[in-house]
Design a binder for this molecule. Structure first.
Ligand SMILES: O=C(O)COP(=O)(O)O
Ligand SMILES: [Mg+2]
Length: 220
């Protein structure tokens, strides 16, 4: 049974909020609505695209009947994203390659729609590093329901597992799935660190490798 590390995507491996902001603002501006600033957009992120669209609609008093069109337009932009506005956090790429070299099985459990998540992985050349990818629209349930995390874990052989994420949603998911959770503090969390249940906390991927050693011993 191989050791498993499952990552959230937005705010955990990549700082993608500028790209999400650009997609939403292009669609909203195109319809004559005022664009959002980055902190406001970040406050909409974490519970998947449908929730983000609903919050952005509410903020601009958009008619409910516009929902599907707005959702589909933003999704179309996401799916074609070239990653120009998305930045991996420092040390992420080396960390992922090191983990794979050490024999860990890696997965992604994100609330971003699955195809858009796969697009991000392709853009950075990371698609072959992850053996299982589940998005917010892969199943009927999304995080913080434990089902998506459990599905990735099962797909990777259900061995010893660590989950890594940046948000309230991830912390709740880990509790629901009874998974060990490492909280990355530089993403899109809304509350203070101590308000989120976590087993480990880190702000820097150089420090993360120490957590991996602590959880799994020295080998993958
Ligand atoms: O799409 C979202 O709402 C957040 O995406 P994440 O689960 O990768 O942080
Ligand atoms: Mg996240």
């Amino acid at each position: 049974m191989k050791n498993i590390i499952i990552f959230d995507l937005d705010g955990t491996l990549v700082d993608s909020a500028p790209e999400i902001l650009d997609a939403v603002n292009r669609v909203w501006s195109g319809r004559g609505y005022d664009p959002f600033d980055l902190p406001t957009l970040i406050s909409f992120v974490g519970k998947g695209l449908p929730n983000l669209i609903q919050l952005a609609m509410k903020a601009r008093e958009v008619e409910a009947s516009e929902y599907q069109d707005l959702h589909d337009e933003v999704l179309g932009i996401y799916n074609a994203a070239d990653g120009a506005l998305t930045k991996p956090y420092d040390g992420v790429e080396d960390m992922l390659e090191t983990l794979v070299d050490q024999g860990f099985l890696l997965g992604i459990c994100t609330n971003k729609p699955e195809e858009a998540a796969r697009q991000v992985l392709r853009v950075f050349g990371w698609d072959s590093l992850f053996e299982s990818v589940v998005g917010g629209d892969t199943f009927a349930a999304r995080k913080p329901d434990p089902q998506p995390l459990n599905a990735v874990w099962q797909a990777l052989g259900a061995g010893p597992m660590l989950y890594v994420g940046d948000s309230e949603t991830d912390a709740e998911t880990a509790v629901a799935a009874k998974a060990k959770f490492a909280l990355f503090t530089e993403g899109y969390r809304k509350k203070p660190v101590q308000a989120l249940a976590h087993d480990f906390v880190f702000s820097d991927y150089a420090r993360f490798m120490g957590i991996v050693d602590e959880v799994f011993g020295d080998r993958g």
